[in-house]
Design a protein around this ligand. Structure first.
Ligand SMILES: Nc1ncnc2c1ncn2[C@@H]1O[C@H](COP(=O)(O)OP(=O)(O)OP(=O)(O)O)[C@@H](O)[C@H]1O
Length: 289
């Protein structure tokens, strides 16, 4: 469905924000993971035709969208990172406004979307009274008005409480059954359970693109749990890759990435996706939610 070929984006004389990225995507939820500044937003904005690549090609169903942006615009829904609602408009008025902009004349569709996003009871309330999660859901409703084939959502869970986060995750998972959903995040656990593929970006480069299962498979046999005396912790952590350390009385419970047993009494552990990425140095501890 979407073919990204050797795409580069440079701003001024800076190092490329996106550096020769190639990706081929079809259906499902794709988690675009990377630190702040890794180039996720720049890549998404190029797919959304909001900015043009400095070089390279992006094809949607075989059509070059740099030369022919309308080929994707009609089939795309986009929820930007800093999406704001118009506080004076009600949820329904807000959708009516976007429907008019997008040329969608189907009032039933708007009601259906409000229902789908569990906002129907708030249809006539001003968006100024909405929680962060409700605003984000209204943002998704806006992105879905034209029933797009591709939905791009940039850091959609930032600032949401755990319940809203879960609800949002489920919604994206459901959409991923029928569409290509590209979701950027620096929080691995937000996409771990729903992504069919993970694309990892670092300093503009795509450094890995695989299914979560493959990442997990690669990490198996390298993740260890161990309990060490507090006095031994420093020496051990200088020697091995400690993923997590939790103090418990006079000892420390550790999760460690190491190719073989890192210390006495270490036991092999089943990696979480986050640990699998950390073990490969695709992600870092700070990325934990
Ligand atoms: N319009 C712009 N002009 C100049 N530099 C930019 C512009 N947009 C992004 N950059 C730079 O490009 C790099 C990649 O930024 P980008 O926003 O694409 O990354 P990101 O992974 O989405 O990060 P974040 O999660 O913080 O949004 C950064 O160094 C950023 O400062």
């Amino acid at each position: 469905m979407l073919e990204i070929r050797q795409v580069v984006k440079t701003y001024g004389k800076n190092a490329p924000a996106v550096d020769h990225v190639s990706l081929s995507l079809t259906q499902g939820v794709v988690g675009l993971i990377g630190h702040n500044g890794a180039g996720k937003t720049s890549l998404m904005q190029m797919i959304a035709t909001l900015t043009r690549p400095s070089s390279g090609q992006i094809l949607f169903q075989g059509v070059d969208i740099v030369k022919n942006p309308n080929a994707i615009r009609q089939r795309l829904g986009y929820l930007p990172q800093d999406f704001g609602v118009y506080a004076n408009l009600s949820a329904l008025e807000f959708l009516q406004y976007f429907a008019a902009l997008k040329g969608v004349r189907n009032p039933a569709r708007l009601l259906q979307l409000l229902e789908m996003l569990n906002l129907h009871e708030h249809a006539h309330k001003p968006a100024s009274t909405f929680s962060g999660g409700m605003r984000r859901r209204l943002g998704i409703a806006q992105a879905l008005i034209n029933d797009p084939d591709i939905l791009i959502v940039d850091e959609p869970t930032a600032g949401l409480d755990p319940e809203e986060r879960l609800r949002f995750r489920n919604l994206l998972a459901e959409l991923g059954f029928k569409k290509l959903v590209i979701m950027s995040t620096h929080i691995v656990s937000d996409v771990a359970s729903i992504a069919s593929e993970l694309a990892i970006m670092r300093q503009g480069k795509l450094i890995a693109h695989q299914s979560p299962d493959v990442f997990l498979q690669q990490a198996r046999g390298q993740i260890w749990s161990a309990q060490v005396a507090h006095s031994d912790f420093e020496a051990l952590s200088a020697r091995v890759n400690v993923l997590q350390a939790q103090r418990s009385g006079s000892s420390v419970n550790l999760r460690i990435a190491h190719p073989h047993s890192p210390c006495a009494d270490a036991a092999l552990a089943e990696p979480s996706l986050e640990e699998a990425l950390m073990a490969q140095r695709y992600a870092s501890l700070e990325q934990a939610a």
